[in-house]
Design a protein around this ligand. Structure first.
Ligand code: ATP
Ligand code: MG
Length: 247
């Protein structure tokens, strides 16, 4: 709880309420790279409140800062300015152990190019984050198998990723992102490498999860099909959020 030495203004009260009640709250977030004389600004002055169960499309030209935003919310990167607050916690205040627990157990990251481990079977890829979180082999495998069933790939549990189609690999990657029951799914152009039918299946799956488990979905995309299905869309240009619209 915050205490104020002088009576808080209405704006301060609203800000504090947003920090506490929203799932994801970004306050004046900036991220720059490089030295002062040769600086790239990936994000600047981003203020954003995202509620539990929202599905948010992040759109904008290449290089506008979409991936940077997802990385900050996923604690894969830290802001140069401002705060990223998730479920009331400022991510920059987490120590290394807390940050990796946050990444592993509270978020699920889905990448454009799937990022599965080529030497592991589909089942082992899905089960790995659960084993890393300390679950037994049996428990992790049971959960992984149930998730592969959920994404329609139980019969391919022993297959290595390179024997699966792109759409199938992405479904395995989604199952992996879900194994520790995250409250937030961060998807960086998850349909970018897929044809439109496989892309629709991946979107169906992600949106079913939003509905069933009330997860919060942040999805960076260049696809109009994907945008149409999310309940809010924000547009980023040159690192700034220039619009936010509910659908
Ligand atoms: N590690 C880095 N070092 C230097 N600059 C970087 C780094 N990562 C990103 N950038 C720069 O930050 C800006 C935003 O990049 P970002 O990857 O967030 O864009 P994006 O919107 O995801 O683009 P795309 O649609 O192509 O994936 C770009 O100008 C990029 O070159
Ligand atoms: Mg990107």
């Amino acid at each position: 709880m915050k205490f104020f030495s002088v009576p808080p203004s209405k704006n301060q009260i609203l800000k504090t309420l947003s920090e506490i009640t929203s799932t994801i709250y970004l306050e004046n977030v900036g991220r720059s790279y490089g030295s002062a004389d040769a600086q790239t600004t990936a994000l600047k002055g981003v203020n954003l409140t995202i509620q539990e169960g929202e599905s948010l499309a992040i759109v904008g030209p290449s290089g506008s800062g979409k991936s940077t935003l997802l990385h900050l919310v996923g604690a894969l990167d830290a802001p140069s300015e401002g705060k990223v607050i998730v479920a009331g916690r400022d991510l920059s205040q987490l120590n290394d152990r807390e940050a990796s627990k946050y990444r592993r157990e509270e978020t699920g990251f889905v990448f454009q190019l799937f990022n599965l481990i080529p030497t592991l079977s589909a089942l082992d890829n899905v089960a790995l984050p659960a084993r890393l979180a300390g679950q037994s082999m049996n428990e992790s495998n049971d959960r992984a198998l149930r998730l592969l069933e959920r994404v329609g790939l139980a019969d391919r549990k022993d297959s290595p990723p390179d024997s699966l189609s792109g759409g199938q690999q992405q479904r395995v990657a989604i199952a992996r992102a879900l194994i520790n029951d995250p409250k937030i799914i961060l998807a960086d152009e998850p349909t970018g490498a897929l044809d439109s039918q496989a892309g629709q299946q991946v979107l169906d799956l992600l949106l079913d999860l939003v509905e069933e488990k009330n997860v919060t979905l942040l999805l960076a995309t260049h696809s109009e099909d994907a945008v149409k299905r999310m309940n809010r869309v924000i547009r980023i240009e040159d690192g700034e959020v220039i619009s936010s619209a509910k659908r």
